[in-house]
Write a protein that binds this ligand. Structure first.
Ligand code: GRF
Length: 193
């Protein structure tokens, strides 16, 4: 049963879904209290993220076009979209339909190491290459400009001399799993319909 007043979240994924798992756990553990995950949409079939959603009993679909995504979001009465490792660029139509209601998590301290082509391991490679002493993660509102919407929360992590892109990615990922649920809870608490 849907508790009255709870916001309905759709999480969009394309891969492993560790952030999805953190969000699911946060709902179960009472860290996110004002929302529930009603739908998971993947741009790719057979990814671990879909399995994680199914294991949690959440409707999980592979949907390719933004038009079909919009149909599903409406069918499930979705209030807020969370991008969690979603590898496609959203169309302006979808962004406009959910204006200020789409969040993303990015594995750097934006505006540093963001923008077109900055995703996955490429981000951590660039951070190490640049000799940056700190990196981290950012939760932001999605606008048409890639990785440039208003920042809602950030967590820093140190970059150490021995870091490889993989070791840095693991350190950042750990913090993403704390920051995203916390920021979502704060955000949904502020949404007034
Ligand atoms: C995370 O690093 C996130 O910042 C980025 O994509 C990655 C997704 O990882 N947007 P996962 O699929 O949640 O494990």
């Amino acid at each position: 049963m849907v508790a009255i007043g709870k916001k309905k979240l759709a999480v969009l994924v394309s891969g492993s879904g560790s952030n999805l798992e953190a969000l699911i756990n946060a709902v179960n553990d009472g860290i996110i209290t004002n929302a529930e995950i009603s739908l998971v949409i993947s741009s790719k079939p057979d990814v671990l993220a879909l399995k994680r959603a199914e294991n949690a009993g959440i409707p999980a679909l592979c949907v390719k076009s933004d038009g079909q995504i919009l149909e599903k979001l409406r069918e499930y009465d979705i209030d807020l979209i969370l991008l969690a490792g979603y590898m496609k660029i959203l169309t302006p139509t979808l962004i406009e339909a959910y204006k200020d209601r789409i969040l993303n998590i990015h594995p750097s301290l934006l505006p540093a190491f963001g923008g077109k082509g900055m995703y996955g391991m490429r981000v951590h490679e660039a951070v190490i290459q640049a000799g940056a002493p700190v990196s981290g993660c950012t939760v932001h509102v999605v606008t048409e400009e890639i990785d440039a919407g208003p920042i809602l929360g950030q967590t820093e992590v140190p970059v150490i001399a021995e870091d490889t892109p993989e070791s840095l990615a693991a350190r950042v990922s750990k913090q993403e799993h704390i920051l995203y649920p916390k920021t979502v809870q704060e955000f949904v608490t502020k949404i007034v319909d």
